[in-house]
Design a protein around this ligand. Structure first.
Ligand code: NOJ
Length: 560
């Protein structure tokens, strides 16, 4: 595989609203981030992905942009942003920005114009249709509940919004709109940024007829087949690459809902001229039942192994994987796939070991390196996320039981990831001197950066070590992947190989001890413990029979 800096990097995602508040207004901001650059450097990450900081009415916390070229006042100024870029570059880190161009805010100047009249020059920048029989143009549901269409008074037509009513979808069929987006991307790149994370980028091409997705019973349904990986998606991305991306030494990662590894190779194939990586959702769906995200079912290790193995093998030699188990849209990984009680530290380290020993680029979401956990607020009124609030309203109106809905929110709600970063044990976890925009997770007395920095056995220091080891061992980046113990339903194990070197990874995914017996002789030559989450694991010996302790992770490096 071709060597690239972004393959060898570890990315850290900052959700600016919740990272660090520099001015006491309760909202995280860029000066706050500036005060934590040494912290990030100490962790050892290479690239910062900054969630949106652009002008926005914040219907969806910045994923509804009303001006792509300016910074939202509550986050700071463009000069603050320039200091951020400079501060990162000075420390040898890079910065990638969030690019949200499937939709804009309804307060963007384009939409303000577009909605005025049918013959406005900006009309065609968005997707407008006449209603059918007094109803919406089709039966598509929005990701945030209800119809994906909104009727607009001025002209009586409907506009499409796959997300909130304040996030109208942009019409990529329109060439002038595409050019505006490319110009805007060029503007940011010329300011010196190092790439983009592209929001729901595989939704930008819709089947032009916008057909109904359901059976005509009047229900809103998920119309994904008509807008995921749509007919012109690869043409658009190749055009974007030709006109913009290919001119810079940058990294790109596209959020891609519903892509399979086969489809992903069209986005990230090294000969395709599109993107470097995608975020797929197969792993994030392992605990969703037939009713979707909120219909929570237990995940199975066999599914995790199958999905990860499939992606590792399918993209090997063709394209590059992104590796993540949480972000600002997902619950905290230690609560979801580990144990956020008794074995919080062990399981957070075990999951980190998985992410940093697979082929691909690992993404760390703020607070993950502390082992931050999910939150349970008492009432729905404490929650801020539009997806959660809309769902609550819809489910409650349909007569669903309050405690059942709350339970889904506790397990899956996006606000689990959006409570403020826990810096220390003082008021509001040291995040703000004011009133935080969303309540701090009460776990902050126990789980915070100050404590974790002071303890050399902490999750934070384990991340540092993992990140450093990955830099020192090419095999962790470029080695290929072969599963071991495929039928074991407690232990996840695999071998990475590069030349004559081997990395053997053994992870106990549960809180009970597990014995594994390798059915092949994997030890050869010299053996050295690469990393492990228990102090006293044998350092120079990989036995054929191993007793793993709860959530134990061991990685051995074997050399001839
Ligand atoms: C994906 C983003 O990650 C999420 O936070 C947002 O709500 C939707 N896209 C819409 O922009």
């Amino acid at each position: 595989m071709k060597k690239q800096w972004w393959k060898e990097s570890v990315v850290y995602q900052i959700y600016p609203r919740s990272f660090m508040d520099g001015n006491g207004d309760g909202i995280g901001d860029i000066p706050g981030i500036l005060s934590k650059l040494d912290y990030l450097q100490n962790l050892g990450v290479d690239v910062i992905w900054l969630s949106p900081v652009y002008e926005s009415p914040n219907d969806d916390n910045g994923y509804d942009i009303s001006d792509y070229r300016s910074i939202l006042g509550e986050f700071g100024t463009i000069d603050d942003w320039k200091s951020l870029l400079e501060g990162l570059h000075d420390r040898g880190m890079k910065l990638i920005m969030d690019l949200v161009v499937n939709h804009s805010s309804d307060e963007h100047a384009w939409f303000v114009e577009s909605r005025k009249s049918k013959d406005n020059p900006y009309r065609d920048y968005y997707i407008w249709r006449e209603g059918k029989g007094g109803k919406e143009p089709n039966d598509w549901g929005s990701f945030f509940s209800g119809s994906a269409w909104q009727r607009d008074e001025a002209t009586g037509e409907y506009f499409l919004h796959l997300f909130s009513k304040k996030q109208p979808d942009l019409n990529w069929e329109n060439e002038a709109l595409r050019q505006e987006i490319y110009d805007m991307m060029t503007w940011w790149l010329d300011l010196g940024i190092d790439g983009f994370r592209m929001d729901v980028i595989n939704l930008i091409s819709k089947v032009p007829e916008l057909p109904n997705a359901g059976n005509g019973d009047g229900k809103y349904v998920f119309g994904g087949e008509y807008f995921m990986n749509g007919p012109r998606i690869h043409e658009y991305l190749q055009e974007m690459n030709r006109k913009v991306l290919s001119k810079y030494d940058i990294m790109t990662v596209g959020e891609a809902i519903g892509v399979t590894p086969e489809e992903a190779s069209l986005y990230v194939g090294e000969d395709r001229g599109e993107l470097n990586m995608v975020f797929h959702f197969e792993l994030m769906d392992v605990d969703s039942g037939p009713g979707g995200k909120w219909d929570v079912v237990p995940w199975k290790l066999s599914d995790l192994k199958r999905i990860i193995g499939k992606w590792q093998r399918s993209l090997h030699g063709k394209g590059w994987n992104s590796l993540y188990l949480n972000n600002h849209d997902q619950p905290r990984m230690v609560s979801r796939f580990g144990d956020d009680g008794r074995y919080r530290i062990e399981s957070a380290k075990m999951l980190a070991t998985l992410l940093h020993t697979l082929q691909g680029t690992p993404y760390v979401y703020q607070g993950e390196e502390l082992g931050m956990v999910n939150v349970k607020f008492d009432g729905v009124s404490e929650y801020k996320d539009i997806e959660t609030l809309n769902m609550y309203e819809e489910y409650a109106a349909a007569g669903r039981d309050h405690s059942e809905i709350m339970n889904s929110i506790y397990v899956k709600g996006r606000d689990n990831a959006r409570t403020p970063m826990q810096w220390n044990g003082s008021a509001n976890a040291g995040f703000t001197t004011g009133t935080p925009w969303i309540r701090v997770n009460p776990s902050y007395m126990d789980i915070n950066a100050e404590r974790t920095l002071a303890d050399e056995n902490s999750v934070f220091h384990y991340y540092r070590k993992l990140i450093r080891l990955r830099k020192e061992n090419e095999i962790a980046v470029y080695g290929d992947y072969r599963p071991l113990l495929e039928n074991d339903n407690r232990v996840f194990a695999y071998v990475r190989s590069l030349g004559d070197d081997r990395l053997v990874v053994v992870l106990n995914f549960f809180g009970a001890p597990a014995e594994v017996v390798f059915d092949e002789l994997i030890a050869y030559g010299n053996c050295e413990l690469y990393i492990g989450n228990y102090e006293d694991a044998p350092r120079n010996e990989l036995e054929q029979r191993i007793e793993l302790r709860p959530y134990e992770a061991r990685v051995y490096k074997l050399t001839k």
